[in-house]
Design a binder for this molecule. Structure first.
Ligand SMILES: [Zn+2]
Length: 442
């Protein structure tokens, strides 16, 4: 299903227009306008759509029914991460500049590129197919999907589908499409310690508590040599099985390539298979940010009055984020933490079967469009709300696939970008996928 010049022009125009609308879920900037714009785009393609309010930012929902016997639910999100540090961007993050064959913008890869490519590609194929389409575009993915599960629960009848195509995939270091069969889970928390109302002259240091030292003491009990020290943390971890370890061998990125794309000088392991198994199979505890006291220009002798840390735990099957939160709470009590712990997001980890009609159709279509075998991984290294679709809709066929990003896409970072050609490839991949999924060859 080669695209015509006219089709490409229309698709690119829609994509760039969406990128020019900020939709930062953390601040709410541009969310309303972008949801409207998206709804208009869907309507213009024949998708009957609506903006559905939630307790937070709205969901944009659409249906394209052809009276088929199967239904696919396509999930994407229209919100984006904040843009700072702005000074590190070469062009304005919302100007959607095309340079050297790449599109630069916040959301270029995560997730507007994928959203638009899959919308156009699926609608094009479904006109000839036998599969009904449902589209769920969330506006709060980048802040941990606080209202998605209640939305899915409240609309479980309407959302009923045979398969769910999640976002969160990309092309690998060899330009091969990744098919991701599951997700890591997440627990996000903030720790705060407060010892008074204001920073004090540091001559008071002998007689007052310093919250920065206290925070460091507590944090140092959480991780040692890359291992999480919270008792019970690893109890539910399901190790990768033989087939999953084999699968990962296809993800044959070298340590050098990884260091190049991550722009780091060292990795924690030298052995490539060890790296892969850690990336996809190990849970982590990460300090995302830490602040206390004075770190401005020059010197200032103070005892800070508060210290704060944001942390995430990436979890693997079968860890339960709620249980991990309890374990963390118990651990903090044990080590005498005298601050507050605030939970800021929970997502379940999961892995699904590679032996489904959905995954086979993804593999066949990937070969057809890219001329290469796709790479399957048992779960993503990151997180997305895949688990709740399986749980609340009872869907068995689910995967993250068909993404426009590549290892240099800088999602969440300055100068986010994609290869423009990969945008059109994703449109074609989606069309071909719908065709394979519709056919009864399985
Ligand atoms: Zn993201």
């Amino acid at each position: 299903m080669e695209l015509t010049g006219e089709e490409k022009e229309r698709q690119l125009k829609a994509y760039l227009e969406l990128l020019k609308h900020p939709s930062i879920s953390a601040t709410g900037e541009g969310i309303r306008e972008t949801s409207q714009l998206l709804r208009e785009l869907m309507e213009s393609l024949g998708v009957s759509s609506s903006i559905v309010e939630t307790a937070g930012h709205p969901v944009v929902y659409g249906e394209y029914s052809v009276g088929g016997s199967s239904t696919l639910l396509i999930y994407n999100h229209y919100d984006v991460q904040p843009v700072d540090p702005l000074e590190e961007w070469t062009s304005d993050p919302f100007s959607a500049e095309v340079r050297g064959g790449r599109v630069y913008a916040r959301g270029a890869s995560d997730n507007k590129g994928t959203l638009v490519a899959r919308l156009f590609g699926s609608v094009k194929a479904v006109r000839e197919g036998k599969v009904n389409l449902k589209f769920l575009y969330e506006g709060e993915e980048e802040i941990g999907s606080p209202n998605l599960s209640s939305f899915v629960e409240a609309n479980s009848g309407k959302l009923k589908a045979n398969g769910v195509l999640m976002e969160g995939s990309s092309l690998d270091h060899r330009g091969r499409p990744l098919i991701v069969l599951g997700v890591k889970g997440l627990l996000y928390v903030q720790l705060d310690i407060s010892t008074g109302e204001r920073d004090l002259h540091s001559s008071n240091a002998p007689i007052v508590y310093n919250p920065a030292w206290e925070m460091i003491r507590v944090l140092s009990t959480l991780v040692e040599d890359g291992k999480v020290k919270i008792p019970g943390f690893y109890d539910k971890v399901r190790p990768l099985n033989e087939r999953e370890r084999e699968m990962l061998k296809d993800y044959d990125v070298s340590p050098e390539e990884l260091m190049g794309s991550l722009r780091v000088e060292r990795l924690r392991f030298d052995d490539p298979q060890r790296l892969r198994e850690a990336l996809f199979g190990e849970p982590t505890c990460t300090i995302d940010g830490i602040v206390s006291g004075y770190i401005g220009k020059g010197s200032k002798t103070v005892v800070p009055h508060k210290a704060s840390v944001k942390m995430d735990f990436r979890l693997v099957p079968d860890q339960d984020p709620k249980e991990v939160l309890q374990l963390l709470r118990a651990h903090l009590n044990r080590v005498g933490f005298k601050g507050t712990l605030t939970e800021m997001g929970l997502e379940r980890p999961m892995r699904t079967s590679p032996d489904t009609r959905l995954v086979r159709a993804l593999e066949e279509s990937a070969r057809e469009v890219y001329g290469k075998n796709p790479v399957l991984v048992p779960n993503s290294a990151g997180t997305q709300p895949m688990g709740l679709f399986v749980e609340l809709l009872g869907v068995k066929e689910v995967a993250s696939a068909i993404g426009v990003g590549d290892p240099n896409s800088n999602a969440h970072a300055p100068n986010e970008s994609i290869e423009l050609d990969n945008f059109f490839k994703a449109v074609e991949h989606t069309s071909s996928f719908i065709k394979w999924y519709s056919s009864n060859v399985y």
